[in-house]
Design a protein around this ligand. Structure first.
Ligand SMILES: O=C(O)[C@H](O)[C@H](O)COP(=O)(O)O
Length: 311
């Protein structure tokens, strides 16, 4: 089915009526770098006033939920920590609750502090990550520090701004030598959008390890199922009354499509109209609006109505 473009107040109002639970991607939808996009914050306020449940679903694994909350606070956007589902949090929760990761094992992390914080929060031991011992270059052809560690039961990878050969070589060794060692990725976004441009994303930093190991990781974040199931199960939600709002077809919109929930695409981020209108589009949204802030006009009208009633 082709995407339906919404542009009138009546269409926005009927959209809001139809869904009780709204899932939001952040980068490219609510904010871009360090600024809120247009009236996105007003739309979120309006939805809250209508009694809608709101969740923020981000593939960004570099920050913990607590650190993410700090960003919402700084931006002046209301948010509770429990409303944030990041791929780092979902990966830790998935290891703990679904995979019942053994207490005597540890996770080798390729990624930033966000992953380490979330593993700490669920009591899973870890190594690698931001440890200074692994954030160094190897001397040429000196593999002496790439030693075995039978305690490693999983390798979990996310966007790592300090990616290096040593981390790839250690993770590779564990995945080859340790029986049953899990290979997981928080997300595989090819690019990272910020400040009006894009840089290599998590998928680009994980690719060298995938290439060496010769198999794909289990992916927890968008567009794969684990993060959506985590939200639905935790909050006992009805998928038919849920909508995912995003700017990117191969993560946000595919996440809704694969998970069986409707989607709303905004044109303020990575992908544009041509990307979902072409024949071989990677995913097609249910609805499209130019920007999340467009729905804020409903709130302005509601205030106008109140004013005309003398409220
Ligand atoms: O490479 C990445 O990790 C992603 O580009 C980035 O973090 C996307 O975050 P989201 O748009 O899901 O908030």
């Amino acid at each position: 089915m082709p995407a339906r473009t919404l542009s009138t107040q009546a269409e926005y109002a009927s959209l809001v009526d139809q869904y009780d639970t709204w899932l939001f991607d952040c980068d490219g939808v609510i904010w871009e770098g360090d600024h809120v996009i247009g009236k996105a914050g007003d739309t979120l306020q309006y939805l809250r006033k209508q009694g809608k449940r709101i969740f923020f679903v981000t593939n960004n694994a570099t920050k913990s939920r607590a650190t993410n909350k700090g960003k919402f606070d700084k931006m002046g956007i209301e948010c509770d920590v429990d409303e944030i589902f990041s791929s780092a949090f979902a990966s830790a929760a998935y290891l703990k609750a679904v995979l019942k990761f053994p207490a005597d094992k540890k996770v080798y992390v390729i990624g930033e502090k966000g992953i380490e914080d979330e593993l700490d929060a669920v009591g899973i031991k870890h190594s690698g990550g931001t440890n200074p011992d692994d954030n160094v270059f190897l001397d040429l052809m000196d593999f002496s520090s790439i030693t075995s560690d039978p305690e490693v039961g999983a390798v979990l990878c996310g966007l790592d701004m300090h990616m290096n050969y040593k981390k790839v070589a250690k993770a590779f060794k564990y995945l080859r030598e340790n029986e049953g060692c899990l290979f997981m990725a928080t997300n595989l976004d090819s690019t990272f959008p910020t400040h009006g441009t894009v840089h290599p994303g998590a998928g680009a930093t994980i690719a060298p390890l995938t290439c060496a190991v010769g198999r794909d990781p289990l992916v927890v974040g968008k567009p794969e199922a684990p993060m959506l199931e985590c939200i639905v199960q935790t909050h006992k939600l009805d998928k038919s009354r849920m909508i995912m709002v995003g700017d990117r077809l191969n993560t946000d919109i595919a996440f809704g499509n694969k998970g069986g929930i409707d989607t709303l695409m905004v044109l303020t981020g990575i992908d544009g109209r041509a990307d979902f209108e072409k024949e071989d589009a990677v995913a097609v949204p249910t609805y499209v609006v130019d920007a999340l802030g467009d729905l804020a006009s409903l709130g302005v009208d509601a205030l106008g109505d109140l004013a005309s009633l003398g409220a």
